[in-house]
Design a protein around this ligand. Sequence first.
Ligand code: BES
Ligand code: ZN
Length: 460
Amino acid sequence: MADLAPVLSHLDSDADQAVERLFELLRCQSISTDPAYDAECQKAAEWLATDLNGIGFEARVAETPGQPIVVAHDLTADGPHLMFYGHYDVQPVDPLNLWDSEPFDPAVRTRDDGSRYISGRGSSDDKGQLMTFVEACRAHKAVHGALPCKVTILLEGEEESGGASLPPFLDANRDELTADIALICDTGMWDARTPAITTMLRGNFAEEVTVKAASRDLHSGMYGSAAANPIHILTRILAEIHDGRGKVTIPGFYDGIEPLPNALKEQWEALGFDHTEFLGDVGLSEPAGETAYTALEQIWSRPTAEVNGIWGGYTGAGFKTVIPAEASAKISFRLVGKQDPETIRAAFREFVTERLPADCKAEFVGRPGGVASVMPVEDPAFEKARGALSDEWETEAAFIGEGGSIPVVGLFKEILDMDSLLIGFGLKDDCIHSPNEKYELRSFTKGARSWARVLAALGA
Ligand code: BES
Ligand code: ZN
């Protein structure tokens, strides 16, 4: 095995410069969902390709119909071929007034207890995380002139916007992009002391529905009660999606879901998850999902339907007595097991349509979806990585589930027949997708050290 100690020392002595490099990337306002920021996405992609070329990768920015994709190779080593995936795009920053600092002006801040964190949009999801891997490669190259494994890096810019560019890109570049296993740094630790390998991810798809009634907005005194009110109709239908015990009532919704294996259930119980603390941190107390499952099971192993946004009628200052002509909502679904996104999408549309009264119609716009993933933990790479993580952190690495979705995991399996090893250093309070996103400085520095160890372990 290549000598690891000097690589770790190099990371420690180079840590301040690593933070400066991350800041350059964080200053790019790479919000992929809003075309006004396309040039900023391009800037982020070019910054990454330049940085990777600078440490001896052969990197390029591949244009797509959407945001560019960065591909880089260093295939000089003898070891296995690893594909690292990350995303350089970020979520929008609204509501801006809730940020304590400028979202694209990153800084290291110190708390009263001396702990430090990096503030800024993308610091955790996913620029800070992806740079932990880049820094580990940089250190191996600086110390040994080579990596312990063949490494391909793929950095996309449409992860947060459900973009369509990646599947055809993977398909068109199958040989170039297929490796022995994918490494992904876009998940969290179990807690601040316990590193984790995520072994399950939920699938996902989304729908926007608009209920339309009268041909124009109406005076609510002249027409009220005689005219159908699409806000009433939409909210009634949305309320019917869940029963009193938190179950989704869409027919066939639970098809393809197996009960959680007992061994996994016991492993999760041993983690000692405390829902009062988890919910208490965000001002809540009671799990609101299916009553038959613990909060951890609800998030990691059960599917959901969530209304993410709803609008219609008059929402400005004061009042306006109006019956709107239409009302809309955005709903996203998280999937587990073998639940099929397109089957459930069709069932959802039928569920809405068959509840519409006369004179109303519904229009739907869908966002493509992906199935849930379960990782092959019996692959020896998982134990090697677990060992490497446990060597770096105070406590042994845990195998955990995750409620979020990382669509590329399903795509890698489906298009490239490649499994993924998910290791990340985010914490639950990183406020990803929210105002005041942050990344612990410790996550960044020990994350890079962790990847240096994982690379060495997988290359051995
Ligand atoms: N990094 C997240 C996924 C994640 C969230 C992992 C929390 C671990 C903990 C990823 O960037 C993300 O937010 N994905 C979206 C995908 C969706 C837009 C298809 C998600 O889960 O909502
Ligand atoms: Zn992410």
